[in-house]
Design a protein around this ligand. Structure first.
Ligand code: 6GU
Length: 240
């Protein structure tokens, strides 16, 4: 997969060299190119913003540097005829695990990181395939949201996570939050690991894990449970 990120702060992208993302890049499964939007500004001060038409606070990003940047990237020799262009914005559609999986299947993504009050709507109309929000709060720019989305996407690339089961067991993969996990020692500071996990009874362990996931989801994310069809046994666990 190829990813291009356009921003006025390319230094925000440095963490993409670390951990799983860094490994995916080193292994050639993922190519990430950061671009400084100001490289496509045309004035001496490399200006990319201006005051909003109609008045109001803050500044809006001008369409011309964005269009020049996106043309240059889209016209470059990529792995597909054209990239999927994504604009992170608090006004976008919610980012979900299903959305991450959809984007992980794309050969070529471009993230357009806005700052200030946003990007001129005309360049979004002309270029954006998706406007995506990572949650109901406001960040100062799209850079950190892009890091979040790329981490969720990269771990879904084939072979990126050592143990493929750790992906299929993820919270959200089954529509439920995963329950608690434990490792040694069996007794820590007077707190014992639940006995069933030490029992070697794999059927009992699987049932216990499902019940813990159901109880946790009922308490913390009743909205997720409402969207599922539970069998009678699940219902009794949730009701208890
Ligand atoms: Cl994608 N961008 C910004 N600036 N703020 C956000 C967001 C994105 N998602 C939630 N808040």
């Amino acid at each position: 997969m190829r990813v291009d990120v356009v921003t006025i702060f390319p230094a925000y992208l440095e963490p993409l060299r670390l951990s799983l993302l860094g490994k995916a890049r080193d292994r050639g499964m993922l190519e990430i190119n950061g671009h400084d939007l100001r490289d496509w500004a045309t004035d001496r001060h490399r200006t990319v913003d201006d005051t909003p038409y109609g008045g109001g606070p803050g500044m809006v990003m001008r369409p011309d540097p964005w269009d020049a940047a996106l043309r240059a990237i889209a016209d470059s020799d990529g792995p597909a005829p054209r990239p999927r262009v994504i604009v992170p914005t608090p006004t976008g559609r919610p980012f979900t695990q299903a959305y991450a999986a959809e984007l992980a299947a794309a050969p070529w993504l471009v993230f357009c990181c806005g700052r200030y009050e946003g990007i001129d709507a005309r360049v979004i109309d002309a270029w954006a395939d998706d406007e995506i929000s990572i949650g109901d709060y406001v960040l100062s720019g799209g850079e950190v949201a892009t890091l979040v989305m790329l981490e969720a996407i990269a771990r879904l690339l084939p072979g990126a996570v050592g143990n493929a089961e750790s992906i299929t067991d993820d919270s959200f993969a089954h529509g439920l939050l995963e329950g608690p996990v434990y490792t040694r020692p069996p007794d820590w500071a007077g707190r014992r690991v639940p006995e069933v996990l030490l029992s070697g009874d794999h059927g009992a362990i699987a049932r216990w894990r499902r019940d813990e996931a159901l109880r946790r989801t009922a308490r913390r994310r009743p909205d997720l449970l409402a969207a599922m069809d539970l069998d009678r046994r699940d219902e009794t666990v949730v009701a208890a």
